[in-house]
Write a protein that binds this ligand. Structure first.
Ligand SMILES: [Zn+2]
Length: 333
């Protein structure tokens, strides 16, 4: 029997997930900034209603599951998202991991093996506890792990996060999704680093791959068994959707439907790019862009219903399904 996928409202069979957006955010913020310098556009009560309305409309458009990759470093507040989840028809899935492109906060400098407050790396403990027991007393378990490398590459602290993610992955089998910079080839570095620490490529999603049009780079990743995230539709301030669509269509023609997932990397509220900025600079950057605008562009360009189902339903279910628990008899060297 395939183990169930943990969602905000409890376990769901992988086959029941349906059309799934693999890389989104509900609320991205900064609790410390909010406490000291509240953002004028952030109204926590109104934000709940806005998110409920957005995710309900998304269900009307056929989407059934949304993965919230808001992890530590991005203001994760699972208790707040749980209040949204209980009011919406879509399944929401939480993530663990740490978002930093360079350094971790000072706490991590003094805690860990060989550090001032000697002990095991707290990152590993946090990731595993989020996956196995639940997050911050909510009982919501994380269904995936998210890590980041950006232009700074795999710095000491980023390497520490990736190492902890690999250890949590080996312990739980949960998939790792990355934030990458495809223009700088960081996906290949992530793959090499994580693979050398026991992460099989088919349990890895290299995110933001749709930011590049370098087909050879993307094919090399997929030929290794990696799934690529074509997950920033609507981020037209980085690359217009027409060109993102052309890349997906080219890769479909080359037979890569089973190695791509689709999403927006959108948010109901993000302090980094607040609603007033998005309205002017990225008007299509929201949850409805795929069903309303991008899927019709893909179909017009030759994508079949089977292709779309593969990318939106089959691949996410494969990636989110936890592997069957190894029995002691099956545990080899
Ligand atoms: Zn993201």
């Amino acid at each position: 029997m395939t183990p169930a996928v943990p969602t905000f409202r409890g376990p769901v069979a992988p086959a029941e997930l349906g059309p799934t957006l693999m890389h989104e955010h509900v609320f991205v913020g900064s609790p410390e900034l909010d406490l000291n310098h509240p953002h004028p556009e952030w109204d926590p009560d109104a934000a709940l209603d806005t998110a409920v309305a957005a995710l309900t409309r998304l269900h009307d458009l056929g989407v059934r599951t949304v993965v919230d990759l808001t992890v530590l470093g991005l203001g994760r507040d699972v208790a707040r998202v749980a209040r949204v989840a209980e009011r919406v028809p879509v399944h929401l899935i939480a993530a663990t991991g740490y978002y930093t492109a360079n350094v971790l906060p000072p706490f991590f400098r003094t805690h860990g093996p060989g550090r001032l407050v000697e002990g095991p790396d707290p990152l590993v403990e946090y990731f595993v506890r989020d996956i196995e027991e639940g997050i911050a007393g909510t009982g919501v378990r994380a269904g995936t792990i998210k890590v980041v490398t950006d232009e700074e590459g795999i710095t000491d602290d980023v390497g520490r996060v990736l190492t902890a993610a690999a250890e949590a992955h080996r312990h739980t089998g949960v998939t790792i999704t990355t934030h990458s910079r495809p223009d700088l080839g960081t996906g290949a570095d992530q793959l090499a680093f994580l693979r050398s620490r026991g992460v099989a490529p088919d349990r890895l999603v290299i995110g933001h791959s749709g930011d590049t049009e370098d087909l050879d780079h993307l094919r090399r990743l997929m030929d290794e068994g990696v799934t690529i995230g074509m997950d920033r539709f609507g981020m037209e301030h980085v690359l217009p959707d027409e060109r993102r669509v052309a890349t997906v269509l080219a890769l479909l023609r080359l037979g890569y439907a089973d190695r791509m997932v689709l999403s927006h990397d959108a948010a109901c509220f993000s302090r980094m790019t607040p609603p007033s900025w998005r309205a002017v600079h990225a008007p299509h950057w929201h949850y409805e862009n795929l069903p309303r605008r991008v899927l019709p562009m893909l179909r017009a360009g030759g994508a079949t219903e089977a292709d779309i189902r593969q990318m939106l339903v089959t691949n996410p279910a494969r990636l989110l399904a936890p592997p069957p628990r190894a029995t002691s008899a099956a545990t080899g060297p």
